[in-house]
Design a protein around this ligand. Structure first.
Ligand SMILES: *[C@@H]1O[C@H](CO)[C@@H](O)[C@H](O)[C@H]1NC(C)=O
Ligand SMILES: *[C@@H]1O[C@H](CO)[C@@H](O)[C@H](O)[C@H]1NC(C)=O
Length: 493
């Protein structure tokens, strides 16, 4: 089950990498650049000149933001022992002999005459018996000789074998010695090296086990959450309008998802309206807040828009904005309707917040690659769009100004860094689609880094590809949250 899980994770990682198309072109050319210098504090953003042919062309004359009078007027202001049996032996008289003098006991010895005849008779018998026995004795002697010889030969054989045995013992002992040596070595190894290695591996295993348990818990939690199909049903509020200011004026005073239709010739679409900040009326066109949506995307995706407009956190309506990019066509269309202001709000990982606001913000149509035009800065984040990075000087700073830039994505290079040279593209190095110059002082669509500070070694290409706003936190701090909201500009009453 666990191995299966790990396998799944590996497959997922491989799959996820396959998907990051914009990164897979030259992963090895990049890693060296970061280690040599104290880059964590250096300002990056720009790409300095490297030779004669590498010249920076200052921005052209671009159309200014739409200005002039608004169609709106100001409004009021929300884990036996075995027993041995000893048998007594009875003394018995010996059978047939003069064993006892007492008459009572009845056994009498024979007289002398009888004894002689008996003996003569017996002698004859004995002689014959002896004669009969002689050959047998000879036989026996003969056979005992044989036995002797046999025993002798066996002894010889035994001696010879003894010799062989001794030889064998020598061999065996040598062998035993070497076996003992090896045993000692192996024992040492097993007693010292192995245990420590095993301890280390055990530690590693324990950590992995812990991580797997955490992952299993997380997966379990996700499974629970996903038992029911995700509800993306956001009830659409009754109130709608041309954009969020219009919605506000028609009574849509809660910050949530609304349906808007800026132009009667195109279908209506969903957006998140912030109806509280600075008296509301703000249409959210860009939002980063948790890294849940990938922003390294193609031209077409930036044109149409991507991400999650809004979520329902249990209140019955979609009052929480997701991470998204509204889409260049829509942004362009809305900003061209009339004078539009943009509010860029950002937050670091300690919760501190700052903002930058431009009273005039216009994005031209696709035919002109969505050229950006802003004016009228106010706020405390720093004026990246118009002034570039204040850490840089001269031409280096000019290279980081965004105003007047065309939009670039990793598959469409419109930046000011050696145009036409595919190895010098800001969007490929800096992570997102944006109005890159050469390259940026602000990178709101960059890679999302948890915790804020990151280094050139952590970045895919050694560049400051985080969610950066140089004039507030520098090149090597990726913001926790940033959003861009637009509203028709009007003079408050
Ligand atoms: C980088 O340089 C700054 C001063 O310029 C210094 O304070 C900092 O300790 C240096 N960091 C490293 C990692 O060398
Ligand atoms: C521009 O940047 C390069 C390298 O970062 C530096 O060598 C050069 O002096 C800078 N130019 C100015 C005008 O600061």
């Amino acid at each position: 089950m666990r191995t299966l899980l790990v396998l799944c994770l590996c497959l997922y990682v491989a799959w996820a990498q396959d998907n990051l198309e914009y990164d897979d072109y030259d992963m090895d050319t990049v890693t060296s650049s970061g280690s040599k210098t104290n880059e964590t504090v250096d300002a990056r953003g720009h790409r300095p000149n490297t030779g004669n042919r590498d010249r920076y062309n200052a921005p052209r004359n671009n159309p200014p933001p739409v200005s002039g009078s608004s169609r709106y007027r100001g409004r009021p202001t929300t884990t036996s022992v075995e027993r041995s049996v000893v048998q007594e032996k009875k003394e018995q008289p010996e059978a047939g002999g003069c064993t006892h003098p007492s008459e009572e006991l009845g056994v009498l010895c024979p007289n002398g005459c009888e004894l002689k005849t008996m003996l003569l008779k017996q002698e004859k018998n004995v002689k014959t018996s002896i004669n009969e026995l002689k050959p047998q004795v000879d036989d026996l002697s003969q056979s005992s000789n044989n036995v002797f010889n046999y025993v002798n030969s066996i002894s010889n054989t035994l001696r010879e074998r003894q010799i062989v045995i001794n030889d064998n013992n020598r061999v065996v002992s040598q062998y035993t010695d070497s076996v003992e040596e090896q045993h000692v070595y192996i024992k040492e190894t097993v007693d010292t090296v192995f245990p420590s290695n095993i301890r280390v591996l055990q530690g590693v295993l324990d950590k992995i086990r812990l991580k797997i348990q955490k992952l299993e818990k997380a997966i379990q939690a996700q499974r629970e959450e996903c038992k029911e199909p995700c509800k993306t049903t956001c009830p659409i509020p009754v109130v709608s309008g041309k954009e969020c200011e219009d919605v506000f004026r028609r009574g849509g005073r809660d910050s949530q998802m609304y349906l808007i239709q800026p132009d009667a010739f195109y279908p209506a679409y969903k957006v998140f309206c912030d109806q509280t900040t600075q008296n509301g009326g703000w249409l959210l066109i860009q939002n980063r807040l948790d890294g849940s949506v990938e922003f390294g995307r193609r031209w077409d995706e930036y044109r149409r828009g991507f991400g999650n407009i809004a979520l329902d956190s249990g209140k019955g309506h979609c009052e929480t904005p997701g991470e998204y990019w509204l889409g260049n066509d829509r942004i362009s269309q809305v900003t061209k309707m009339g004078p539009t202001e943009v509010l860029i709000e950002m937050q670091d990982w300690t919760g501190a917040k700052v903002h930058a606001q431009y009273q005039q913000f216009t994005v031209q149509s696709e035919t002109s690659n969505y050229i950006l035009a802003v004016d009228g800065y106010t706020g405390n984040a720093g004026n990246c769009f118009l002034e570039g990075s204040v850490e840089l000087f001269g031409e280096n700073r000019t290279m980081t100004i965004h105003n007047g830039m065309m939009f670039s994505t990793y598959d469409r290079d419109n930046d000011n860094w050696n145009p036409g040279n595919p190895s010098k593209q800001c969007s490929k190095e800096d992570g997102g689609g944006w109005w890159y110059n050469r390259c940026h002082s602000a990178n709101p669509n960059g890679r999302y880094y948890m915790g804020g500070s990151y280094t050139a070694q952590m970045a895919k290409h050694g560049t400051d590809d985080g969610v950066v706003w140089m004039n507030w936190k520098g090149s090597w701090y990726s913001l926790k949250a940033i959003s861009m909201k637009i509203r028709p500009f009007f003079v408050p009453q």
